[in-house]
Ligand binder design. Structure first.
Ligand SMILES: [Zn+2]
Ligand SMILES: [Zn+2]
Length: 343
């Protein structure tokens, strides 16, 4: 049902691509992260819940939407979108044709997230899964425990009159943190300019987030000394940081599970908070789908494919894609306070 092409995963029976990285006629989009939603295609289809964020990502694009669970006939395929629990509007795409069912997961997680509908297990014959954190070392603590750690770190810095700069993804992670902090924040929160548009898109979509102001040029000296400032990792080490003298910096990512990465990048703190499934959740999710064949896209794909073949007796394979996973953030080029990049 799905084959690899130079433009992305292609469904010939339906005549559409899923998350193509080159322009195509018809693109079905699992979610609005930059490595999954590329500009230039003639028409896009996404879950209705993700419309506001996808429109921010692809201004001027022809975007159609479908409600979670609603069936559409595209070519010879019955298509439906189901919650993936990854970011606002993220979806798994179910495809059914001639008695065969495939599900392309996009990115997903099983941990609770107040900004998106929880992952819905969908039975299928073939499951296309991500593998961003598909190693046994990756297992997550509960998000509420991580939020407790963030609050304690911020409070400690406030007492010392040091700004707390928390680096995180522009789309998804930042808004998830703001939603978690809504009832719990006890100090001012500020956003790097690159966080602004996507956060507004979440508010427009009706999400309840903690109040936050934008960091502006005039804020110097002690202006942000009590603030929690959310910023993209690409702002680290740029001139933008000059308005945050003495700041303590931290990174919120599943990558912070690995002490070596934390140390090598010299963050004051690392908070293990991911929008991807951890190792136990990947395995339990794959089992829940009932799939006899699993195709693995980005991340530790070979490791996961091999493990599933050897221990579960599943038919497995890997698919070559241009998706980056969470590691992309660490290698991204530095950028000053622009509106653009939002992975
Ligand atoms: Zn993603
Ligand atoms: Zn991805």
């Amino acid at each position: 049902m799905i084959v690899e092409t130079s433009a992305g995963l292609y469904c010939e029976t339906g005549g559409f691509h899923i998350d193509p990285w080159l322009p195509v006629d018809r693109a079905l989009i699992t979610h609005a992260h930059g490595d999954h939603a590329h500009a230039g295609s003639r028409a896009y289809l996404c879950a209705a819940a993700g419309e506001t964020v996808l429109r921010r990502r692809l201004p001027g694009a022809l975007i159609e939407t479908v409600r979670y669970g609603q069936r559409l006939r595209i070519g010879d395929v019955d298509v439906s979108f189901h919650p993936a629990g990854h970011v606002l509007g993220s979806a798994q795409i179910r495809m059914s044709s001639r008695g065969e069912v495939w599900v392309a997961s996009g990115d997903y997680k099983r941990a609770p997230d107040p900004t998106c509908a929880p992952f819905e297990p969908v039975r299928c014959d073939t499951f296309i899964t991500e593998a961003t954190f598909a190693l046994p070392i990756y297992s997550w603590n509960s998000p509420s425990a991580v939020i407790d750690e963030i609050l304690a770190w911020w409070q400690r810095n406030r007492l010392d009159e040091r700004p707390s700069v928390l680096f995180c993804y522009v789309l998804g992670k930042a808004q998830r943190i703001l939603a978690e902090l809504r009832a719990r924040a006890d100090g001012p929160i500020h956003l790097h300019g690159a966080m602004w548009a996507m956060t507004e898109a979440y508010r427009e979509a009706g999400l309840a987030l903690a109040a936050a102001d934008r960091v502006v040029e005039e804020m110097r000296g002690k202006a942000l000394a009590r603030s929690l400032v959310l910023a993209p990792l690409s702002a680290r080490g740029t001139r933008w940081m000059k308005r945050l003298p003495g700041a303590s910096d931290a990174f919120a990512s599943g990558l912070m599970r690995v002490r070596g990465v934390r140390r090598q990048r010299a963050f004051d703190r690392g908070f293990v908070l991911s929008d991807h499934a951890d190792w136990p959740a990947l395995l339990s999710t794959i089992a829940e789908t009932g799939a006899s064949r699993v195709l693995v896209t980005h991340g530790w794909s070979d490791a996961l494919a091999r493990y599933l073949a050897e221990t579960r007796g599943l038919e497995t394979g890997t698919l070559r894609t241009a998706y980056e996973g969470e590691a992309g953030e660490l290698t991204a080029a530095p950028a000053d306070d622009a509106g653009g990049e939002a992975r």
